[in-house]
Design a protein around this ligand. Structure first.
Ligand code: CTP
Length: 394
């Protein structure tokens, strides 16, 4: 999103206050954001809020004096790399679908040749009405993008019509702005821990949050890949534009891989698969007693090594969580699991490994070349991993 110009159209709905968060996210990501709001939107959030936070004048009236000599709506439409309308009322959707342009925002939308992303927000009855649904279908068929709405609390009760969360809209916008270097490439990614059941309420697991795999899934989707994310239990929200399969145990994950790996071109195994599972899990809750409890553990299959036996031309990327001899151990795993690339982490370091926001990784390729990376956010590391994978694809 860095150095891109985004027009943020804000229309009159309670969710207008959430557009402020969206604006801040885009500014943090380096975008130049220009807000165009309707008069109705100004009843919900003041123009000054958007002006101060965007660092740009806010457009509202069709006949306001433009900054330069350009006709305002044409200038705005031409400089935009992307237009986001959040919240998008039934009214603005209806105008865009039917060629009406009676305020600055609807003129900008009509004059632009760039992507437009609508985040609808309205009462469920309105959203489900034939008129709104027909307008949305019309716009989709003309290449306009929609995100949400979700279901939940509305100004008038519960139901569908709630504007999608700003973080999800941001992700969708970032996807529309990025280069589609993996356009249509099928990618399978595993993420998160697995849970190996002991009884009805107890399990063995590990502290993985899934953040690395989710970041890779998000980044691959932004680059246009068709991503299937097979995730163990994780609190993270579903990445936009990704098919997600939720699993519990290593054996569940294996089944999902068997079904989804054939036909894929890239496999990124970021899951912290439990190496062992209880040999005889109970369906009931084992009652406590003073006696010690022995749980026999049997090894789980190594999913990545198994997939490596029959990988054909697919690129396999593994991770190595190490506490000592990081490079040697990672190289061993690279060979044993038939990988093209391994991302090694020293999980004893405070800024790397399970549950951290950052990683201090070393990327090793199958020809033995190693690249020592500085500490960086997992999201940034995901970008570097995919850059390297793209080179291997070529
Ligand atoms: N992996 C897997 N199935 C397993 C264990 C690991 O697919 N049963 C994958 C992980 O997703 C990761 C890579 O193998 O990409 C290495 O995982 P790691 O935990 O570092 O190593 P292990 O192979 O489990 O070996 P060890 O625990 O002895 O270090």
């Amino acid at each position: 999103m860095k150095d891109k110009t985004v027009i943020l159209g804000v229309t009159g709905g309670i969710a207008a206050y959430k557009a402020v968060d969206l604006l801040r996210m885009m500014k943090r990501a380096g975008a130049n954001v220009k807000v165009v709001m309707t008069e109705a939107a100004a009843r919900f959030v003041g123009e000054i809020t958007f002006r101060v936070l965007s660092g740009n004048p806010v457009g509202m009236g069709l006949f306001d004096s433009p900054e330069g000599w350009d006709v305002n709506h044409v200038a705005l439409a031409q400089e935009a790399d992307l237009i986001i309308v959040a919240p998008a009322t039934a009214n603005v959707i209806g105008k865009a679908a039917n060629g009406l342009a009676d305020d600055l925002l609807s003129c900008v939308i009509m004059a632009s040749r760039r992507s437009v992303l609508f985040a609808p927000a309205m009462n469920s009855g309105m959203y489900e009405s034939d008129a709104v649904q027909a307008n949305i279908e019309t716009l989709k068929s003309r290449g306009f993008h929609f995100i949400g709405p979700g279901t939940g609390d509305l100004a008038c009760g519960q139901g569908v019509g709630r504007m999608e969360e700003p973080g999800i809209i941001f992700e969708a916008a970032a996807g529309l702005l990025s280069c589609k270097t993996l356009d249509g490439v099928p990618v399978v990614i595993t993420a998160g821990p697995t849970r190996e059941k002991i009884d009805a309420v107890r399990f063995i697991s590990n502290p993985s949050t899934g953040r690395m795999g989710y970041a890779a899934a998000r980044e691959a989707a932004r680059r246009g890949a068709c991503v299937t994310l097979i995730s163990g239990p994780s609190d993270l929200s579903d990445p936009f534009g990704v098919k997600i399969i939720r699993v519990q145990s290593a054996l569940d994950m294996q089944k999902a891989l068997d079904e989804n790996l054939p036909g894929s071109k890239i496999f990124i195994s970021a899951a912290a698969v439990s190496d062992f599972r209880p040999s005889e899990p109970e369906d009931y809750k084992i009652k406590k007693s003073d006696a010690s409890l022995n749980v026999e553990l049997v090894p789980n299959p190594d999913l990545l090594a198994l997939a490596g036996k029959n990988k054909g031309g697919r690129i396999h990327v593994g991770f190595a969580a190490e506490t000592e001899d990081m490079k040697e151990n990672a190289l061993k795993k690279l060979g044993e699991k038939n990988l093209d690339m391994i991302v090694a982490n020293d999980i004893r370091s405070e800024d790397s490994g399970f549950g951290t926001e950052t990683d201090r990784a070393m990327i090793i390729l199958s020809d033995g070349t190693a690249e020592d990376l500085p500490v960086m956010k997992k999201e940034e590391l995901a970008g570097i991993i995919l850059d390297r994978v793209e080179k291997l694809l070529k």
